[in-house]
Design a binder for this molecule. Structure first.
Ligand code: 2GW
Ligand code: MN
Length: 296
């Protein structure tokens, strides 16, 4: 007899027992040496997780930046999020933009709302990308802390194409970069100049994390974005900017503040890489963009 049962509404929830001697995945790493799960399809049961997070009444904020021409990505981003992102949970979309009038009106499901945050734009695109850290940090303690429990911070030039649910939530999480999940340390494109705050020596580093998908509790996201922004400002004073901008500082942060969960490449894929065997679901994929047209 089980000591406790999980109820889904008034119904007893039944599910297959985990098999100690038959792990669901043996083709990929599913846990880090510091015991953080790496989230792959087959490793978790959404029913159990949903019941647990619904019981807690968890509220999730999804931040996205649409500055200048990148407002074109918002419609598909939100529409696909309505289909696949945290369905059944309470969700606030936070869209930071310099063009609030270009944000389309989209009907949202119950329990979900869109918040448009009017912000200035920066001249250099590197700055547009990097300043996200500062803007997420600032609202984390001014606003997000009052409205949501977790924040999920992503690129906008993306679309959801399969479920992204509460399995991603943890104190602080990062995502494997689709270009480097099979690479050795030396090939990671970390910042290699010791003068930069983002510097990582050749014999250190766990994973190469993507700049386009991270999150955690408001408090942890505050610490992460505060660190990255401060490191960028120190570098700016010394006239140096890390090779991959915010992504380089994020990688530095995660090296010395280990994420408590890591999302696999299912959560940030680019179809131009094809579809490897181990990739069973493509949940969040890059929207192909005409770099010339969109970035100028
Ligand atoms: C304009 C020209 C060139 C590059 C970016 C932009 C731009 C970016 C823009 O005009 N307006 C804007 O809102 N953005 C925001 O910055 C938008 O949210 C976008 O998703 C994000 C990052 O820029 P993106 O998506 O064009 O760059 P990726 O896909 O190459 O991003 C990776 O590398 C970046 C650092 O270079 C970041 O770390 C990013 O998180 C990574 O995915
Ligand atoms: Mn992007």
């Amino acid at each position: 007899n089980p000591k406790y049962v999980i109820y889904c509404g008034t119904k007893r929830m039944l599910y297959p027992k985990p098999e100690t001697l038959n792990p669901p995945r043996t083709d990929v790493l599913t846990i880090t040496p510091w015991f953080a799960p790496i989230v792959w399809n087959g490793m978790y049961n959404s029913d159990i997780l949903n019941a647990h997070f619904l019981q807690r009444g968890v509220r999730i904020g999804l931040t996205v930046f649409a500055i200048k021409k990148y407002t074109v990505f918002v419609k598909t981003f939100i529409e696909t999020a309505e289909k696949f992102f945290m369905v059944g949970h309470r969700v606030n979309y936070y869209v930071y933009t310099d063009r609030p009038n270009d944000i389309p009106n989209i009907t949202l499901a119950e329990g979900r709302q869109l918040v448009i945050l009017n912000v200035p734009s920066y001249q250099r695109w590197q700055e547009v990308s990097m300043r996200r850290m500062e803007m997420i940090r600032d609202l984390s303690h001014q606003r997000f802390n009052k409205e949501v429990d977790y924040l999920v911070c992503v690129d906008v030039d993306m679309q959801f194409s399969d479920e992204v649910g509460v399995e991603i939530l943890s104190d602080v999480f990062g995502t494997l970069h689709p270009g480097f999940y099979g690479s050795d340390r030396q090939s990671f494109t970390y910042e290699r100049r010791p003068e930069s705050q983002a510097f990582i020596p050749a014999d250190e580093g766990d994973f190469y994390y993507a700049g386009g998908f991270f999150g955690g509790t408001i408090e942890e996201v505050y610490k992460l974005t505060d660190f990255c922004h401060n490191a960028m400002m120190t570098d700016k004073e010394h006239n140096i900017e890390a090779i991959w901008h915010d992504e380089s500082y994020l990688n530095k942060y995660f090296l010395y503040h280990k994420p408590t969960k890591i999302l696999s490449i299912e959560y940030l894929w680019d179809n131009s890489f094809g579809v490897p065997d181990l990739l069973k679901r493509r949940r969040f994929v890059a929207v192909p963009k005409n770099h010339e047209a969109i970035r100028n």
